[in-house]
Structure formats: C-alpha cells, structure tokens
Ligand binder design. Structure first.
Ligand code: ATP
Ligand code: MG
Length: 436
C-alpha cells in the first residue's frame, strides 16, 4: 500500500520520539479498495500535548477526542491519541492500537497500516470488505450505536456510497436502536443525509432509512409518502416509489437530489378524491415548498440551499404548454437563473418516474427557449433594469412596498419587451404610476 511521503514523515517523527504510530480508519479502507483516500488519519500512543510539541505547525481540531491536525507539506494529517487511551492516560499500553481499532464503527474502518505498508486487521476488516459487508468489530453493533447513534446513518451511507450490505446483526441493531438518533446533533445527521443523497445509490439509502425506522427521526414528514396510493392514472407507483424513481433519475448534485426527495412532500396533506374516484393534489407544490423550507430549517441547512431547493419544489410543476418568451423569462426570474438546469433535470426525472408514455415535448420546447434566452441575455431581474432605487426616489417615490410594486411593474414591462429597458422609458412609466 502506497502511503504519501508526508504521512510517512508524520509517522516517523512520532516514532523518533518513542511513540507508536499507524495510518488508520477510512483511508486504509479506501487504499484496499483501490480508491484515492480523501484524507489520512494517524493513530498514536502520544498524548495531544506531545503531538503538539513534536510538530512545528498544528491545529487542535478535536482536542476533546484527542485529535490534532498536523500541517505538513501543504497538507493536513489528523493525528489522534489511541481511542480509549484518553481516559486512562496510559498512552503506552501495548494494547493501544487494538483497543483503538475495537472502538471504531465498522470492521472495514478498523484496520491500520504501519509506515512500511504492513496491514493490522484484528477484526476481519479485509474479509468484510471482500464480502462487501458492514459489520462492527466483534460483531457488537448495539454497543457501538448506543455510544454514537450517528453510526447507524454512517452504516447506511456506506451502503449507498459503496454498494455494500448491512450484516444482519448490523441491520437488526439499527432497528433496535433507531430511536436514539435524536440524541445526535442535527448538523451531523444532515451531513450523512447529504452524503446518502449524492451517492451512486441514493434510493437504496433512503429505503434503508425507512425500513430500519431511522427516517421517522430524520424526516418524519416523509413517512406518509410510504405506500401512499395516488389514485391517478398518470402514476403507476405509490408516492414513495415515485419519489425514489425521481431521486435516482436526477444527477448527483445536492440541490436537485434534495429537491427530488422533497418535490412531492406536500402531496399527502393536499390529497382529495373527485366524484370519479380520481386523486388530486391541488397546490401541493406550494404546500411542499413550505414543508421543504421547514424541514431544511430544522436540519440546519444554510440559507442559500434552503432558498434554492424550496424554489425548485415550488416550481417543479411549472410547465409552459406554449412557450411564450415572456412566461419563460418570468419562470427563470422566479426560480433563479442558477437553478434552471436543476429545475429541468427535476422535471425530466418527474416525468420518467410517472406512468408511460413519457412526453418531453413541453420540456424540450422550454429548454430551447432557455437556450435562446441564454444567447440573447435579455434583462431578467430587477438588477438588470436600466434604473435603480435612487432614480425612483429622485422622481418622488418612497422606499418600501410602493417602490417594490413599481419595480415589479417595470420588470414586467421589460420582460415583455427588452427594448423598453432604457432610462427614459422606465422613468416615464414610473411617473405615470405616481400620478395614479
Ligand atoms: P469518509 O472519509 O469517506 O467520510 P471515513 O470512514 O474515512 O469516511 P471519517 O469521518 O474520515 O470517515 O473518519 C475516519 C475514521 O474514523 C473512520 O474510518 C472510522 O474508523 C473512524 N470514525 C469516524 N467517525 C466515527 C464514528 N462516528 N464512530 C466510530 N468511528 C468513527
Ligand atoms: Mg475519511
């Protein structure tokens, strides 16, 4: 196994100071799988204070967990005191490495390599990697999940990302301990959910969350989708299955994957049946937009992601039967230019996830229209107008709602006819508004 020279240097420095040191964790797994590790972790018998004293540049990233980032050769290596040694302060115990590995989440993450590339694998990690099995050291997942319930989501994330299976004991233990998930900080839950969503098998992860009972704690609002009969011939799947099909059919970008998961979240609460027994979901996109916003707020998504994803949910039904340039420009203005590709991908996937025959003609026409818009670059937003707030104040308008209404009016005019985007024309329209 080829360990980069800066990592070898870290290990050698620790050893020259009389300490044990090994490369451990996910990077060993990645190297054995022939993948490029995202980062390298080192476990050592040195205490955090010792680590800090051995290296010129360090950052205490998780001193409470015994982790110090060593900055070396333009990279950072996370160096941690052997797990389990922190409490006893017996860093020199010969059982240090094995104890450290025993406290890791899964056997495939519980292997170590020394600076010569020799593998230490006391819990059969390599065998489990070969069998593509997610199993805890000593096959004691329950204890592992009680210590840190996020490990249950990590297990499922590894299934989605690597195509591995949960060992039956892992699966059963998640079902048993699922209700502990609310103990975990929501930011950590969100990150694992994100990694499931952008993985190669996002629906596998969401299905496993549902089956094991974790979804109820991650996103209770999604539960009514499971098994929900849409009573509509345009749909050949229940709501959850439709959502999974859409999720698989959009590209692996976080916003559009999140929007796929949430696009029909407003359906169960807006469901109605007409006299012919046909199901309808009037305004479910609006309700869905509100629910998506609440869900993302609770999971502490940043403002930008929330705004982009809820705009995608709100507009996922916006198909323009006859593409008038103006209505398409209005749509681009509502959803935001930067979200338009995500919106088209979502709409295409939504069609593919419904009952055949698939008709993409409206969507194709919209795309052609968008290509034209991108080529011509007409004014699309308030920022593109030939006048600004100062100009309006100068002619006697007041800041606030009135000015907002005038800007909307002017933007409408300009979306309809870009030639009107000049100062004189816009000011004369605004003045008329004043007189009214
Ligand atoms: P990736 O880097 O792909 O997210 P990883 O397994 O490398 O996956 P890291 O967060 O980099 O995850 O953690 C490095 C190693 O630390 C893991 O391989 C595992 O051995 C251990 N580890 C990380 N998080 C946990 C946890 N919650 N419980 C137990 N061990 C963990
Ligand atoms: Mg890692």
């Amino acid at each position: 196994m080829q360990i980069p020279s800066y990592v070898v240097q870290v290990i050698q420095t620790l050893k020259q100071n009389g300490k044990q040191a090994f490369v451990v964790g996910g990077c060993v797994r990645d190297m054995l799988m022939g993948r490029m590790p995202a980062d390298y972790d080192v476990a050592t018998s040195a205490t955090t204070q010792e680590i800090i004293s051995f290296f010129p540049k360090t950052v205490p990233v998780g001193e409470r967990h015994g982790t110090i980032a060593v900055l070396i050769g333009g990279s950072a290596v996370e160096v941690s005191t052997f797990k389990g040694c922190m409490l006893e302060q017996s860093g020199e115990s010969p059982a240090g490495l094995e104890q450290d590995l025993a406290l890791r989440d899964f056997t495939m993450n519980a292997m170590a390599v020394d600076e010569n590339g020799s593998l230490y694998d006391p819990f059969g990690g390599r065998e489990d990697l070969k069998r593509q099995m997610i199993r805890s050291p000593r096959n004691e997942p329950e204890q592992r999940f009680v210590e840190d319930p996020l490990r249950m989501m990590r297990a499922i994330r590894f299934c989605s990302a690597l195509g591995f299976s949960l060992h039956p004991t892992t699966y059963e233990a998640i079902i048993k301990q699922a209700s502990l998930l609310p103990k975990v900080a929501l930011e950590r839950v969100r990150e694992e959910l994100n990694r499931i969503l952008i993985s190669d098998r996002p629906s596998l992860g969401i299905r496993l969350l549902l089956e094991t009972g974790l979804l109820q704690h991650v996103m209770p609002e999604a539960m009514p989708m499971a098994g929900f009969d849409q009573r509509n011939k345009r749909h050949d799947k229940d709501l959850f299955e439709h959502t999974m099909a859409v999720l698989e059919a959009v590209p692996p970008r976080l916003n559009v994957r999140l929007a796929a998961l949430l696009h029909d979240i407003g359906k169960p609460s807006t469901f109605s049946i007409d006299e012919n027994g046909v199901g309808h979901f009037y305004s479910h996109h609006k309700e869905g937009c509100r629910m998506a916003e609440d869900i993302m707020r609770r999971l502490k998504y940043d403002n930008k992601t929330r705004a982009d994803v809820s705009a995608l949910v709100a507009e996922h039904m916006s198909r323009l039967p006859k593409v008038r340039n103006t209505s398409l420009k209005r749509l681009v203005n509502r959803v935001g230019e930067h979200n338009v590709d995500d919106l088209f991908d979502l709409q295409r996937a939504d069609i593919l996830g419904s009952a055949p025959p698939f008709n993409f003609s409206e969507l194709d026409a919209m795309r052609d229209g968008l290509d034209r818009i991108r080529l011509e670059k007409p004014p699309l937003t308030q920022k593109d107008l030939a006048i600004n707030g100062h100009d309006l104040i100068e002619i006697g308008l007041q800041q606030g709602p009135q000015m907002g209404r005038v800007f909307n009016l002017l933007l409408d005019v300009v979306l309809e006819d870009p030639d009107k985007n000049n100062r004189t024309v816009l000011l004369s329209i605004a003045k008329k508004y004043l007189v009214k």
